[in-house]
Design a protein around this ligand. Structure first.
Ligand SMILES: [Zn+2]
Length: 129
């Protein structure tokens, strides 16, 4: 299965091959700040399964993770983990935004107070097991 996506302005396009390792929503403070959003819904893929075209920029949001965005429009596309080498792809950036549905919430301890979770999915205080 190949799924494609891209940034808002269209300068960056990507394609993911195969299935993601998991599909989760992260409520951690780093994701809130990095995404400018209450949480980050993402699907991590093996970096080898991801092909990216167009000009991207990156910065390290922690020792473990780079954040990658379109150099022109700033759409936040990937969280790039060094070890293991996975790329967390923003669910919202896929052409089919409903391609994947999250199965877990993590870093609930840092969740914004007004965010109500009533989807019945498992919630983990930190990283999911
Ligand atoms: Zn763009």
């Amino acid at each position: 299965m190949i799924r494609e996506g891209g940034c808002l302005c269209g300068a960056v396009r990507f394609r993911c091959e195969g299935e993601p390792i998991n599909v989760r929503i992260c409520h951690c403070r780093n994701c809130q700040k990095a995404m400018g959003s209450p949480f980050f819904a993402r699907a991590p893929f093996d970096q080898k399964a991801l092909t990216v075209e167009g000009e991207i920029a990156r910065y390290a949001s922690s020792e473990a993770l780079d954040r990658i965005f379109c150099k022109i429009c700033g759409t936040r596309l990937f969280a790039w983990r060094r070890t293991p080498a996975v790329a967390g792809v923003a669910l919202a950036a896929f052409d089919d935004r409903n391609a994947f549905a999250p199965t877990d919430h993590m870093w609930i301890t840092e969740k914004m107070d007004w965010v109500r979770i009533d989807d019945g999915l498992p919630q983990y205080p930190g990283t999911a097991p």
